[in-house]
Ligand binder design. Structure first.
Ligand code: ADP
Ligand code: F6P
Length: 477
């Protein structure tokens, strides 16, 4: 049993996912996605507890310890998984916040279940936090939790961080429950975003929707001040940097290249199989380069790793079919005996194997149509102390703000993606080293520890006094 904590992470998912087979045998594996990648090392280095869903439906589990972390499972029923997780979180909010790259679904039962599940998380957090604790709520699945929690436990210091983009006012405005969501977020003392643009969108929205004034980073409510700020999330640079210096990772990277037929260029894509990631666009670009003969037979192999994700949501099912069809077509038209230009894997990998893949890749393709940050881009950079390797990066990934020395592309412009892929493949070692050195300096300096400590320091720093002179008309709670 875990006691009350002075530091609590509240996230939709725990860092481990419980998989129950049909015969009832259960096992744990690492949960997918960037949130876990970033928060797990932070939690391992700080004492506290992590509250979240353990990935299986209709199961109540006791709190437990794993990998040096105290984990408190929050149960979800099968209906809640369908309406709160697959529904409102991933069929409504996810596409809406990602530039509507797929049409969002607006259904009342989904919203009602989202609210009920957020209430459960808030109650569980209120129970697990000791007097005056710091509670850090994560991501779009739990936007109502800050206000619900403040109502239950006004003594807490509450932070919220959004891992995905915060959309422009015009898009957010479509949400029938826009007011409740914004009021939910304003329950926090500090609301963090990946980029300054997301924070600015949020402040404008608060003014337009609730009539609350803001100045600089601060939103003035009648009784409190809410700080809004950008904190670009990052990776555990040190861990990756030392992992790729290990002899077994180095020899695995060499082995991977041999297994691929030792081509001149290894291109790599690593993504959750998500329609925001622009996997189809990069396949199209690669396919055209092969067809036009600008990449010769056997010259390059493109390894695409697509982690299974949200597989029961319709858009994701369709995407998988589309991508697999596209891979089959391109390979069918361009393979020669003993060489398939695209190697596609719908699987998850361990950290070491992934590090070896990054090390083995000459060109990393990260081409999302919209992405809050994209940690894969930063992981690739962290794995190249050899200063070899080129990063082709979408302008629409948050990471593009920091990694300006990548080969930036507009993923909607296939010709641009083709041009930059070729430029990256043909760049001189000197040019690659120049770019990689600067990008590595940035990621090494602004790593995940720095991200967490800047957020937590800001959370613990009192904001300005709520000034009546700002004439706020809206009171929280
Ligand atoms: P998102 O949070 O949208 O999934 P990110 O790029 O920010 O996107 O983070 C993805 C994380 O998941 C990275 O840490 C990456 O290493 C990890 N990951 C992606 N694909 C795989 C895979 N096939 N096996 C294991 N980990 C993966
Ligand atoms: O950062 C985006 C995010 O949705 C995280 O909240 C989540 O952990 C990750 O991607 C993976 O998604 P899911 O938890 O739906 O598998």
């Amino acid at each position: 049993m875990v006691g009350r904590s002075s530091f609590l992470i509240v996230a939709n998912r725990l860092p481990v996912d419980r998989n129950v087979e049909q015969d009832g045998t259960a096992s744990w594996r690492r949960s997918p996605g960037g949130l876990v990648t970033a928060i797990a090392p932070v939690m391992q280095r700080r004492h506290g507890a992590w509250l979240g869903w353990h990935g299986a439906a209709d199961e109540e589990l006791e709190p437990f310890e794993q990998d040096g972390m105290s984990l408190i499972p929050v149960p979800l029923s099968a209906t809640e998984v369908e309406l709160y997780y697959e529904g409102f979180s991933n069929a409504t909010l996810w596409p809406l916040y990602h530039d509507v790259v797929a049409p969002p679904i607006f259904e009342r039962p989904m919203w009602e279940t989202y609210r009920a599940v957020n209430e459960r998380f808030a109650n569980a957090a209120a129970e697990a936090a000791e007097e005056g604790a710091v509670v850090w709520v994560q991501d779009y699945q739990l936007q109502l939790v800050p206000a619900m929690l403040r109502k239950l436990r006004p003594d807490l210091r509450i932070g919220f961080f959004l891992h995905i983009p915060f959309p422009p006012v015009e898009l957010f405005w479509r949400l029938p429950w826009r007011r409740e969501l914004v009021e939910g977020l304003l329950g926090a003392d500090l609301v963090g975003f990946q980029l300054p643009g997301g924070a600015a969108n949020f402040r404008r929205l608060c003014r337009r929707l609730l009539g609350v004034p803001y100045k600089g980073n601060e939103i003035f409510l009648e009784d409190r001040v809410v700080t809004t700020q950008a904190f670009p999330i990052s990776v555990d640079f040190g861990e990756l940097d030392s992992m790729v210096r290990e002899p077994q990772v180095i020899s695995r990277a060499k082995e991977i290249r041999m297994e691929l037929g030792d081509p001149e260029h290894v291109l790599l894509g690593v993504d959750r199989l998500d329609y925001t990631k622009g996997i189809g666009q990069r396949l199209e670009a690669f396919g055209e380069l092969l067809k036009e003969g600008r990449i010769g037979p056997g010259e390059a192999v493109f390894v695409q790793i697509a982690t299974p994700s949200r597989e029961r949501v319709d858009e994701y099912r369709r995407l998988r079919d589309d991508i697999e069809l596209q891979v089959g077509r391109i390979n069918g038209e361009n393979s020669v005996l003993g060489n398939q230009p695209i190697q596609y894997f719908h699987q998850s990998y361990g950290k070491q194997e992934l590090a070896a893949l990054y090390l083995a890749a000459d060109v990393m393709l990260v081409t999302p149509l919209r992405d809050g940050m994209n940690l894969v881009a930063k992981e690739y950079v962290s794995c190249h102390h050899d200063l070899h390797g080129a990063l082709v990066l979408s302008e629409f990934a948050g990471a593009a703000d920091e990694l300006r020395q990548s080969f930036l592309v507009n993923p909607y412009d296939v010709e641009d993606v083709k041009r930059q892929m070729l430029t990256a493949m043909r760049a001189t070692p000197h040019e690659l080293a120049r770019r990689m050195r600067t990008m590595r300096r940035r990621v090494a300096t602004y790593d995940v520890d720095r991200w967490a400590s800047e957020f937590l320091t800001a959370l613990e720093t009192p904001a300005s006094a709520p000034a009546t002179s700002h004439s706020a008309s809206w009171r929280s709670g």
